[in-house]
Ligand binder design. Structure first.
Ligand code: PLP
Length: 394
């Protein structure tokens, strides 16, 4: 599909990128001329809350990901929380458990709690940064209702193993695909593998509505429950059947999303080219770092490029990221082990050391941007900065 992507984002040489003050900024938003036109029309119509653009966006998003239903919401966190709450229509009780990876953005754990469930954390694999399927079964109890894998950095979690555990124990699978738009696992689209999948449409992601989220599913009853839950649990005209959320998407956000869907493949290819360039170039630093990898069974839907310091290197993560920052390369910490490194989760009484791989990745890991407003020139710049840093360390 051809589009006004190049015009919309000035992608090729980082003109937009430089506006952030960083030479290699972390995130970007592509607002196309189609989106601008739709926004103007919505303002003219004076109908700005959920309406025809939201419906059209839901249909197109579901089509793009090869599923039947899309339910647009206010954020990825709301999509996660609503997906959990849908399970009350399927036999779950408040206080039941949902298994999540320990290393992910805090929103995954928060959403489970917001929906009235208890998150049960499982450590990740250091190489993939995703939930370690070998450790899931030990975490299952009679109260477990679902497994919620996260495809961190746009790298698919081990879905075959996860689905087979879920089947064996009669659990639902909710994919947190917030960071994995366009990723594929063994030829299947991420988001179309579990019972439900949740996307963040926040500015840093491939399809963005600036702020927003999307829940997708092939299950009609789940879709119906999710639609009700995003609107206070409504059922019929002003009747309320479920304890719901106030999480509707508005027309302006949907207009931005419709514009983004038109350039989805362009953005995806640009991000893939950037990340593949980095993967190849970082191979020369193999003795220092574990980095994001793409394996034969998968295609990445790149969110960002992760870099984890290997044991025994003669520098700290802080020294490394401070150097990157000074050279104009923006970065983010590689999240935290939610149960043991996030203050708000102290109430769960886990102790440092309970999730060693997640804690290691957090202590030694960072991630940098590879989005559509940067290109090979910026990626080469990052490589040069890293090379200079390593030289300075002898
Ligand atoms: C893995 C993961 N889950 C959930 C979310 C929450 O999304 P949002 O910020 O749109 O609420 C994010 C945010 O990017 C995320 O990275």
């Amino acid at each position: 599909m051809k589009s006004d992507f190049n015009k919309a984002t000035a992608i090729s040489d980082g003109q937009e990128a430089s506006k952030s003050g960083y030479k290699v900024p972390f995130g970007t938003v592509s607002i196309t001329s189609k989106a601008k036109k739709l926004i103007d029309e919505a303002i003219e119509r004076r109908w700005l809350t959920k309406g025809k653009y939201v419906r059209e966006f839901e249909e197109k998003f579901a089509e793009l990901f090869g599923v039947k239903y899309g339910i647009a919401v206010s954020s990825g966190t709301d999509a996660d929380a609503i997906a959990c709450a849908v399970l009350y229509d399927f036999g779950a009780q408040r206080g039941d458990e949902i298994i999540v990876p320990a290393l992910t953005f805090v929103a995954t754990g928060n959403a489970v709690l917001q929906a009235g469930f208890t998150p049960v954390f499982v450590d990740v694999e250091r190489e993939t940064l995703n939930i370690d399927p070998k450790k899931i079964e030990k975490a299952i109890t009679p109260k477990t209702r679902a497994i919620m894998p996260v495809h961190l950095m746009g790298k698919p979690a081990a879905m075959d193993e996860i689905l087979s555990i879920a089947q064996k124990h009669k659990l639902y699978v909710i994919e947190d695909a917030a960071e994995a738009h366009g990723a594929q696992y063994k030829g299947k689209k991420i988001g179309a593998i579990g019972d439900m999948a949740c996307f963040s449409l926040y500015a840093a992601h491939i399809v963005t509505t600036i702020e927003g989220g999307m829940l997708i599913t092939n299950n009609e009853k789940m879709a119906e429950a999710a639609r009700s839950l995003r609107n206070h649990g409504i059922d019929g005209k002003f009747q309320f059947k479920r304890i719901g959320f106030s999480a509707k998407m508005n027309e302006i956000e949907a207009a931005v999303g419709l514009g983004n869907i038109e350039i989805f493949h362009d953005i995806l290819e640009k991000r893939r080219a950037n990340v593949r360039h980095l993967i190849k170039a970082f191979a020369r630093f193999d003795q220092y770092f574990w980095c994001l990898k793409e394996e034969a069974h998968e295609v990445l839907g790149p969110h960002a490029f992760s870099i984890v310091l290997k044991p025994g290197v003669n520098f700290t993560k802080d020294e490394f990221v401070t150097y990157l920052e000074k050279q104009g390369v923006d970065s983010r910490n590689l999240f935290y082990s939610i149960p043991t490194q996030t203050q708000s989760y102290q109430f769960m009484n886990h102790k440092l050391g309970d999730f060693p791989q997640s804690e290691y990745c957090s202590d030694h890991g960072t991630h940098i941007g590879c989005h559509q407003d940067v290109g090979v020139v910026q990626m080469d710049y990052v490589v040069k900065v890293v090379e200079d840093f390593l030289k300075s360390k002898g």
